[in-house]
Write a protein that binds this ligand. Structure first.
Ligand code: FES
Length: 524
C-alpha cells in the first residue's frame, strides 16, 4: 500500500509506503526541509501545516493518502539553492583561464570562492545550506546515520551541494566547466570523513581519533564528483577528532603559528573550537556547545537567514529593540540574536545571575519573555524566549568558556597574557563582543584586543589552492598543534558548572562586564 502526499507551496506529489512519516516523504521527494534532531521529535523544528489538523511535527506524523502538507519557511533549512555573488568577471584571457574552487564545508552551510589560479583573484563567492541537515543538524546525528545506513546518503548530499555550487559559480562568469582545475576543501573532521566516505565512528567514540586525519589529494571523480577536467581535491589535514581541517585552515589564515603574540582563537560554529598559542606552541580543544548557537532546539530559534533577529538593543526606557537580517519581517531568532537578547535582558535586570527570568510573562504556555508581538512577525506568531531556551544557551556558553579556561590552565597562562582574541566563523562575524563578554562566553578582554576574522576556514582553503607551500604549512600545523580532550580534564566539569552563571560565579573574571548594566543602558 502506498500513500500520495502533496507538498505545498511546491505543489509536488510524493508517493511513499503507508506507515511512512511525513519526514520520510519530504526526504524522498527531495523537499527542502531540515530535521535537526534527525527525527527524534525533540527539536520541534520540523513543523508542517495540515489543512485539517493544523501544525504537527513531520517526523512524528504518519502520512495519509491524499494528504496536503504545507512546509512553512521556519522549517526550511536555509537556502539550499546557491546564492552567488560575482566579484569580478571572466578575465580577459578567459579562453585559457584556470579556476580553483575553495570550499568551507560547514556543518550547516557551505561557503565557496571561485578563484583565478593564475593571479589569485576571487571571481565569485557563493554559499548554500548543507543539505545533510535532512539527516540531523548535529554531526553526531549524522555519524549515527552512517553507522546505521552507510556512508552513501551523506556523501551524495555533499556531492550534490558541491556540484551545484561550483557549476553555478562558473556559469555566473560565463566560463567553461572544463577550466575548473583544482578544489581545496576545509571542513571539520566528520565532514571530511563524510566527503571521503571514511568510517566516522571512531570520532564519536573515545579516544575520538579520526580514521584518516589527513585525507590524501585525490581525483574528484573518485569522490563521485563530476567535472570535465577531473580536478584534484585537496582536503585540509585535521588536528583531532573534534578539531578538524577547518581549524587548521583558520590557524593558517590568521597566522597564529607564526606570531609572537599569544592568541586565543575561537571558532563559533555548530561546535566551539578553540586554539591557544603562538609560534612556539599551540593547544586546541573542542567544546560541545550543542546546537543552541545555531538557534536550534529553541522555541523561536532559527538559522542566520533573512528575517532572523540577529541583534537586540536595550533602549533608554528599558524596552528592547531588535533588528533582522536584511531587514525582513522577523520569523525567529538566530544564535547571535539569542546572545544579544540574553545580554540585554541581563543588563535590564530581567534575568538574575543564576540565569532565571525575573517576573516572566506567560509565553506559549511557559514562563518567558515576548520580544516581538504576533502582529509584527512574518507568520503572526509572537517571537520570544522561554526559560528552557535560556538554560540551553547558558549551557552552550558555559561549555565554550570552560573550554577556554581549561586550555589556559593546561598551558599555564592567564587571561591577561592574551595579546589577541580572534573570533572566527559566520557566527563570530556579527557577534557583538560586549554581548559575548556580558553573558560570559569569552574572556573579559579590552575590546581592542578582540578581532573578527570572518570565515577563516574558507580563507585557508583559498591559500592552499594557490600555493603548494601553504599545504606544507598546513601539514606542519596539524602535526604540531596539540589536541586536548576536554572530557579528560579533571577540572572541566567544575569549570563548566561555574560558568553557567551570568557572567560567571567568579565575578573577578569579568571586572568590566559585571558592573556594566547601567553604563550599557545609558549608552544606547
Ligand atoms: S522534531 Fe522533527 S526533526 Fe526534530
Amino acid at each position: 500500500m502506498t500513500a500520495r502526499v502533496r507538498f505545498q507551496p511546491e505543489n509536488r506529489i510524493v508517493e511513499v509506503p503507508s506507515g511512512a512519516s511525513i519526514a520520510d516523504a519530504a526526504r524522498s521527494g527531495d523537499l527542502a526541509m531540515g530535521f535537526p534532531c534527525a527525527g527524534t521529535g525533540t527539536c520541534g523544528r520540523c513543523r508542517v501545516i495540515l489543512a485539517d489538523r493544523g501544525s504537527v511535527l513531520a517526523c512524528q506524523t504518519q502520512v495519509e493518502d491524499g494528504m496536503s502538507v504545507e512546509i512553512p519557511v521556519t522549517s526550511r533549512p536555509g537556502d539550499l539553492e546557491p546564492s552567488v555573488v560575482v566579484s569580478s568577471g571572466c578575465p580577459e584571457t578567459c579562453d585559457d583561464a584556470r579556476y580553483g574552487f575553495a570550499l568551507d564545508l560547514g556543518t550547516s552551510t557551505l561557503a565557496a570562492e571561485l578563484v583565478d589560479l593564475d593571479d589569485g583573484q576571487v571571481l565569485v563567492r557563493a554559499g548554500c545550506a548543507n543539505s545533510q541537515v535532512a539527516f540531523g543538524s548535529e554531526v553526531t546525528r549524522r555519524i549515527e546515520h552512517v553507522e546505521a545506513h552507510g556512508s552513501e546518503d551523506l556523501a551524495q548530499a555533499i556531492q550534490r551541494d558541491m556540484t551545484a555550487l561550483a557549476r553555478s559559480m562558473i556559469d555566473a562568469i560565463g566560463a567553461s566547466q572544463k577550466d575548473l582545475q583544482a578544489i581545496a576543501v576545509a571542513g571539520n573532521t566528520a565532514m571530511e570523513h563524510f566527503l571521503y566516505r571514511y568510517d566516522p565512528s571512531s570520532i564519536r567514540q573515545a579516544p575520538h581519533v579520526p580514521l584518516v586525519p589527513a585525507p590524501p589529494s585525490i581525483a574528484s571523480s573518485k569522490l563521485g564528483l563530476s567535472f570535465p577536467a577531473d580536478p584534484q581535491v585537496y582536503a585540509m589535514p585535521c588536528i583531532g577528532g573534534w578539531v578538524g581541517g577547518d581549524i587548521t585552515s583558520g590557524i593558517l589564515a590568521t597566522g597564529i603559528h607564526q606570531a609572537d603574540t599569544l592568541t586565543l582563537f575561537v571558532d563559533l560554529g555548530t561546535n566551539g573550537e578553540i586554539v591557544l598559542g603562538n609560534r612556539d606552541w599551540m593547544m586546541t580543544c573542542a567544546a560541545s556547545a550543542g546546537p543552541a548557537f545555531e538557534g536550534c532546539g529553541m522555541v523561536c530559534g532559527c538559522g542566520a537567514r533573512p528575517g532572523a533577529i540577529d541583534r537586540t538593543t536595550l533602549l533608554a526606557n528599558g524596552e528592547l529593540g531588535w533588528q533582522t537580517i536584511r531587514g525582513q519581517a522577523p520569523h525567529g531568532i538566530c544564535g547571535t540574536g539569542l546572545i544579544s537578547l540574553a545580554a540585554n535582558l541581563f543588563r535590564a535586570g530581567r534575568i538574575d545571575r543564576a540565569g532565571q527570568l525575573r517576573n516572566p510573562e506567560n509565553y506559549r504556555g511557559e514562563p518567558g519573555v515576548v520580544l516581538v508581538p504576533a502582529e509584527q512577525t512574518a507568520d503572526q506568531r509572537a517571537i520570544g524566549l522561554v526559560q528552557r531556551d535560556l538554560d540551553e544557551l547558558l549551557r552552550a556558553k558555559a561549555a565554550v568558556f570552560a573550554g577556554i579556561q581549561s586550555l589556559l590552565e593546561a598551558s599555564g597562562v592567564g587571561v591577561s597574557d592574551l595579546g589577541r582574541l580572534v573570533l572566527a566563523g559566520g557566527f563570530g562575524n556579527v557577534l557583538q563582543p560586549r554581548d559575548a563578554i556580558a553573558v560570559g562566553l569569552i574572556p573579559d578582554l579590552p575590546i581592542d584586543r578582540i578581532e573578527f576574522a570572518g570565515n577563516t576556514s574558507l580563507q585557508g582553503a583559498r591559500l592552499a589552492l594557490l600555493d603548494a607551500s601553504a599545504k606544507e604549512e598546513a601539514t606542519r600545523i596539524a602535526g604540531s598543534a596539540l589536541y586536548m580532550e576536554l572530557i579528560d580534564q579533571p577540572n572541566y566539569f567544575e569549570a563548566f558548572s561555574a560558568a553557567q552563571f551570568l557572567p560567571h560565579t567568579d565575578l573577578s573574571l569579568f571586572p568590566n562586564a559585571s558592573g556594566s548594566s547601567q553604563a550599557e543602558r545609558s549608552s544606547e
